[in-house]
Design a protein around this ligand. Structure first.
Ligand code: ADP
Ligand code: MG
Length: 704
């Protein structure tokens, strides 16, 4: 293992990053490649050959034997196929190690086994992976040895995107172009590029591997399908930011090392609200790199857990009644020369460019709230959103006191004349330094909160790719910027026009701003009055992908074609139905093979005890009898509920694949699952712990 003290040396040591390229590539080649990376200039095959050769030499020095095009198909996980560097043996029986520009640039995995939503009939299942040179290659070490991983995009023969990355790159181009137009209007002639910056805070649970193995629900579905609440839950709030225990600290140390080696800036780690729940956040990076890094980080979290005898749960809701896990997607727009377009400065009311950007984003989010909600739709997230722990399934924007006040001034009088200031924080203790508070407090209940100089989108599920939400954010921002620029560029008096535009956007899209408590039930009603969409389930959210509004948005900015959107919707429905099918079947399996036998055993013991006690003495057996009655009643309820669920599952196939099947699963199967869970969880509270066939919630989350 590497030396923890030498973080500087460790950081990025397995990454083919800029300094490695600069050092190893001939100057001319390096320059050409930089042009491709920075300006999107096409890469010639000669250059690619040189880069590939050097990349291979470097990777071999790092211990790599294979290379792999690493991509993110729509399965939700990453995909890779390893090819050794060896070539066919020469006459003397020896082999050479080679890697060509062509192999670097293009791969051809069999696309037929990846979800395509009908984009490619399987008989012509050609798919290509193409090198994304803007995200650096890296060498990954695990049981398979060293693998040179090349981040790639994955498209069909006809160029349709089959992955998460392609649309993300397209959306980054779209927002770059429109944001540049916008800053030019304000006299910026020097910035060359605007990039969405993203920092994704990752939440996860750690549980003991031995216990995990005893829970079929966790092993098959990633979440518990049964489980009564322990006497202590998270109500004491004593886990959040609590002292990190030694076993977990050792784990985090290794996770950090692995992240750093791969150039992932793992920065902040802490205990989360729920027992056994933790968080890891990197420093923000360009959106596509952040998305790659997040995938790598999830893999590292899992791999290291297994080395420490634990399991890392990335499911959005592993335990009912306990907070689930999400991923906070922090998003801003940064120029190549370091200007953050979301930086309000000390006096936002005077910062016209900021106010325009801000109101454009309000407009974008209000117009496309359904799409943003959809981007966080995920089977597991259905159990989390709106559960008093995560943002509700209604999208709104939190701006905070200061900006809301500026906006109000704009709306009511047309001009904003002042910005509220943060006051001094006074602790009343002389030895503690006083400092200026932020002008705005935090609101943890908002799905889309302005947090100083960035927006934090908090709906994304912990397991999900962050690509989807960033595709939406980038594209809707591009559209709002474009519409604003179209008008401002044509206006005879810029100052007047921009002033009017800001006021117009602020007024028209005021309804999306909500600074109150997003967890309160009143908010759902209020949101409805405001006409904001409330899409509680993934199945309700998917149609947002294919509305005429969505199609024209994505087509205008060349992010998705109609066909691509339709195929994505199709895939989402399929994923949903399949996941529910697996969960339901797992429930039936556990009930039949574990729960019912255990309860029968227990009731037999009770019955025997009643008889034995009665025979021995004339004493009261009321307790045993009442327990036996309760258990037997719950047992027959369980049996009945199981019958209903089995029947519901048996009919899944009657419904055509796609929306109909997903709706059926949502309406019938999920309901039946909930009904089965109730008596089983009650039984868990009645049956002798020794006889209960699996570890309890208490065992799982309090004894890691
Ligand atoms: P908070 O306390 O607001 O959650 P942190 O400093 O912990 O803030 O940051 C959370 C995440 O947001 C980190 O990944 C951080 O790098 C990222 N972040 C900070 N500033 C920006 C920015 N301007 N754009 C995008 N992400 C950012
Ligand atoms: Mg945060």
């Amino acid at each position: 293992m590497s030396d923890y003290t030498n973080v500087k040396e460790l950081f990025g040591c397995d990454v083919f990053n800029d300094s490695v390229m600069q050092e190893r590539l001939p100057k001319k080649v390096y320059k050409e490649l930089k042009k491709t990376i920075e300006e999107g200039k096409e890469l010639s095959m000669e250059i690619a050959d040189v880069v590939a050769h050097e990349m291979k030499e470097w990777a071999i020095e790092k211990g790599a034997t294979h290379y792999s095009h690493w991509f993110q198909p729509l399965t939700g996980v990453t995909a890779e196929k390893h090819d050794a560097f060896i070539t066919a043996p020469m006459e003397n029986g020896k082999v050479l190690l080679s890697f060509s520009g062509k192999e670097l640039i293009k791969g051809e995995p069999d696309a037929s086994s990846f979800p395509s939503g009908g984009l490619r009939a399987t008989f012509e299942a050609r798919g290509y992976t193409t090198w994304d040179c803007t995200s650096p290659a890296f060498v990954r070490h695990d049981a398979a040895g060293g693998i040179l991983c090349i981040p790639t995009a994955f498209c069909s023969y006809t160029g349709e995107a089959l992955d998460q990355k392609t649309p993300l790159l397209r959306s980054m181009e779209a927002v770059n172009k429109q944001a540049l137009r916008l800053i030019r209007l304000f006299g910026n002639t020097t910035s060359k590029k605007v990039t969405p910056s993203v920092g994704a805070e990752q939440e996860y649970f750690l549980i003991d591997k031995e216990k995990w193995l005893q829970r079929k629900d966790l092993t098959y579905t990633g979440r518990t399908l049964f489980g009564a609440m322990p006497p202590k839950g998270q109500e004491m709030d004593d886990h959040y930011l609590g002292t990190i225990r030694q076993r977990i600290s050792a784990y985090m140390k290794e996770v950090n090392e692995e992240c750093w080696k791969l150039g992932i800036t793992a920065k902040t780690q802490h205990n989360e609200v729920a027992p056994a729940q933790h968080e890891l956040a990197p420093i923000y990076a360009p959106a596509n790199i952040a998305a790659d890094h997040n995938q790598m980080m999830m893999r590292i979290l899992k791999k290291v857990a297994s080395r420490h005898g634990m399991r890392c749960l990335l499911h959005e809701k592993p335990f009912a009644g306990v907070n689930g896990s999400g991923k906070h997607n922090n998003w801003s727009l940064t120029t190549d020369d370091g200007i953050n377009l979301l930086e309000p400065g000390k006096t936002p009311h005077e910062n016209i460019q900021f106010l325009l950007v801000l109101t454009c984003i309000l407009k974008a989010v209000d117009t496309h709230a359904d799409l943003l909600r959809e981007s966080a739709a995920d089977v597991g997230n259905d159990y989390r959103l709106g559960g008093n722990e995560a943002p509700p399934s209604v999208i709104s924007v939190f701006l905070g006191e200061q900006l809301e006040d500026v906006l109000e001034q704009l709306i009511s009088t047309g001009v904003a004349t002042h910005s509220k200031k943060g006051s001094k924080l006074q602790t009343g203790v002389k030895t503690l330094p006083d400092f200026m508070k932020d002008a705005t407090d935090r609101n943890r209940t908002s799905p889309f909160a302005f947090t100083g100089n960035k927006f934090e989108f908090r709906m994304v599920g912990s397991r999900d790719s962050i690509s989807e939400c960033n595709v939406v954010l980038n594209t809707i921002a591009a559209q709002a910027f474009k519409e604003a620029c179209d008008r401002l560029e044509a206006a005879p008096d810029f100052a007047l026009a921009v002033h009017d535009l800001i006021k117009e956007y602020a007024t028209d899209h005021q309804r999306i701003v909500f600074n109150g408590n997003g967890y309160a039930p009143e908010w759902a009603e209020e949101a409805e009055r405001r006409g904001l969409p409330n899409l509680p389930s993934m199945v309700d959210a998917i149609p947002a992908l294919t509305t005429e509004k969505a199609v024209s948005l994505f087509e205008e900015f060349h992010v998705f074609t109609r066909t691509e959107l339709e195929s994505r919707a199709e895939i989402q429905y399929e994923i949903y139905a399949k996941a529910i099918n697996i969960e339901a079947k797992t429930m039936l399996d556990i009930t039949t093979k574990q729960i019912i036998p255990a309860v029968i055993k227990y009731t037999t013991v009770l019955a025997q005890s009643i008889n034995a006690v009665r025979a021995a003495a004339a004493v009261d057996v009321g307790v045993q009898t009442s327990l036996l009655e309760k258990c037997s009643n719950r047992l027959s309820e369980t049996d009945k509920a199981m019958g209903v669920l089995a029947d519901a599952v048996a009919h899944i196939g009657d419904h055509p694949e796609g929306r109909e099947r997903a709706v059926y699963c949502r309406e019938k199967v999920v309901k039946a699952m909930e009904e089965l869970r109730k008596p089983v969880d009650e039984l868990e509270m009645l049956v002798d712990k020794e006889m209960w066939p699996m570890p309890s919630y208490g065992d799982l989350i309090f004894e890691v």
